[in-house]
Design a protein around this ligand. Structure first.
Ligand code: ADP
Length: 194
């Protein structure tokens, strides 16, 4: 079964690529950042907690993230679509949790796409996104620094974990979105033909 993780720092284009890929491959998208922001806009009981963590650029506690991911997999159970993760996992604990969860669903991760983008480009993109989308976590240099730091310290190590399983593919994320999606499609299509 085709199940993909999009990995990359804040501003690397995971969300944009997820949208493009969903159209082509009928993926069931699991975007943790979007799911968390939905807790705020829909005024769920988790709103205050999520707001506090997102506003500080920190990762929300695993107890909540895990629950949201589990719910998504349950929702997809009857459809059985291939999964596309964006923004999850972001730590080794989350990666280990996901492996266990997927085993319970008789499936596993097939490929992990790492979007490579230079630090300068990321900062420029986040600045632009702050004006376009108005996300509070993009508007403050301190929050951006915290997120970049968490990415380097906690998220990047999971690339090695998937590399050791021969599942990691690097894509130049500095190209325009159409070029990036073409590069990802090549990887996916090769995997499908295997
Ligand atoms: P970006 O990749 O630009 O940081 P996201 O929308 O993916 O944007 O994430 C926004 C915020 O949501 C993160 O800074 C964090 O607070 C929270 N978040 C997203 N993914 C996770 C995760 N896997 N675990 C915990 N918190 C998360």
């Amino acid at each position: 079964m085709l199940n993909i993780i999009l990995l990359g720092p804040p501003g690397s284009g995971k969300g944009t690529q997820a949208e493009l890929l969903v159209k082509k491959y009928n993926f069931f998208p699991i975007s943790l950042g979007a799911l968390l922001r939905k807790q705020i806009t829909e005024n769920t009981p988790h709103k205050a907690l999520v707001q506090e963590y997102i506003d500080n650029g920190q990762l929300v506690p695993d107890s909540l993230s895990f629950q949201l991911v589990v719910n998504q997999l349950v929702q997809n159970q009857s459809q059985g679509k291939p999964l596309l993760f964006d923004g999850f996992p972001r730590t080794m604990d989350q990666a280990a949790f996901l492996d266990g969860l997927l085993i319970k669903h008789n499936t596993k991760i097939s490929s992990v796409i790492l979007l490579d983008v230079s630090h300068e480009t990321l900062l420029q993109r986040l600045k632009d996104r702050a004006t376009i989308q108005g996300r509070s976590d993009d508007q403050d240099d301190q929050k951006i620094t915290t997120r970049m730091h968490i990415y380097a310290e906690q998220t990047l190590p999971i690339a090695n974990y998937y590399q050791a399983q021969h599942k990691l593919y690097r894509v130049d994320g500095a190209q325009n979105p159409e070029q990036v999606v073409k590069a990802i499609e090549k990887i996916i299509d090769r995997w499908i033909k295997k």
